[in-house]
Design a protein around this ligand. Sequence first.
Ligand code: NDP
Ligand SMILES: O=C(O)C1=N[C@H](C(=O)O)C[C@H](O)C1
Length: 274
Amino acid sequence: MSEGAEASEATDADRADPLRVAVTGAGGRMGREVIEAAVDREGLTVALAVNRSETEPVAGVAVDPADEFADRIAAVEPDVVVDFTGPDSAVAYAEACAAAGVPLVTGTTGFDDDQLRALRDAADAVPVLKAANFSRGIAALRRAVREAAAALPDADVEVTETHHNGKRDAPSGTANTLLDDIEDVRADLSRDGRVHGREGDAPRQPGEIGVHARRAGDVTGEHEVLLAGTHEVLELTHRAGDRGVFAAGALDAAVWLADRPAGRYDFGDVIDDA
Ligand SMILES: NC(=O)C1=CN([C@@H]2O[C@H](COP(=O)(O)OP(=O)(O)OC[C@H]3O[C@@H](n4cnc5c(N)ncnc54)[C@H](OP(=O)(O)O)[C@@H]3O)[C@@H](O)[C@H]2O)C=CC1
Ligand SMILES: O=C(O)C1=N[C@H](C(=O)O)C[C@H](O)C1
């Protein structure tokens, strides 16, 4: 379990009424996907949706302006907020959730250290589940990568991610998580050794991990970890084919989180508890 309070035994099966979900970033690629998935899922209802500029309804759900969030969350009292926006807005929503006593699931990526601290502060007041990737395939990839990196202590490691041309942050949150995982199990590798692309006279040095971020077309999300030794190469790759996998995982996380005590959680906690 992640840092935080002990989990309660409550599950969605104990809940008589539908779980009332609020969605932020409702007009975005992920927000729309989450609303569509929530509308289709038994036991859930979208009680509130907000977006910054575009406030057209999504899948029949009304979308309110984001600047009304603090008032609307107090009036609506949702059971959980699901956020896919940007780092600044995710922090603002975390603070609003902490003030209103509402649990938060955020899939937003690209946080800096101050923003991460602000999320941790919010988790002192309410449960906060942050995950850079809600795909179960990525959860499996993380386990495989940790095992492979530990089993191949001399292998050179390079991490490559590919995303659509609208993605803002680089490298992806998932790539950063995979890098953390690798550095956790390989004592010779650390954050200081990350080399972002290569150019010119730049032969590989001991302790390097290469990191490559590609942006092209409408690619949903691909992550590859290359472990290369002498005379053998291992490549571990995940490709997301549709954002529905992220939306489904985020809603699984919302259902799981709604009745937990304050604290910090991640998607692994949801999977481990299944
Ligand atoms: N954890 C996971 O599994 C996944 C995480 N992500 C992450 O989710 C985030 C969003 O991605 P994506 O949906 O593709 O991005 P988009 O740019 O498509 O959507 C972001 C949405 O958030 C809205 N927004 C921004 N600021 C605010 C605000 N203050 N209040 C309300 N709405 C706001 C934007 O509105 P406007 O257009 O008006 O600015 C937009 O509708 C990114 O950080 C991405 O990396 C993405 C996929 C999966
Ligand atoms: O912005 C995206 O699209 C995605 N972002 C997440 C990340 O940064 O890792 C997850 C997924 O790969 C899609």
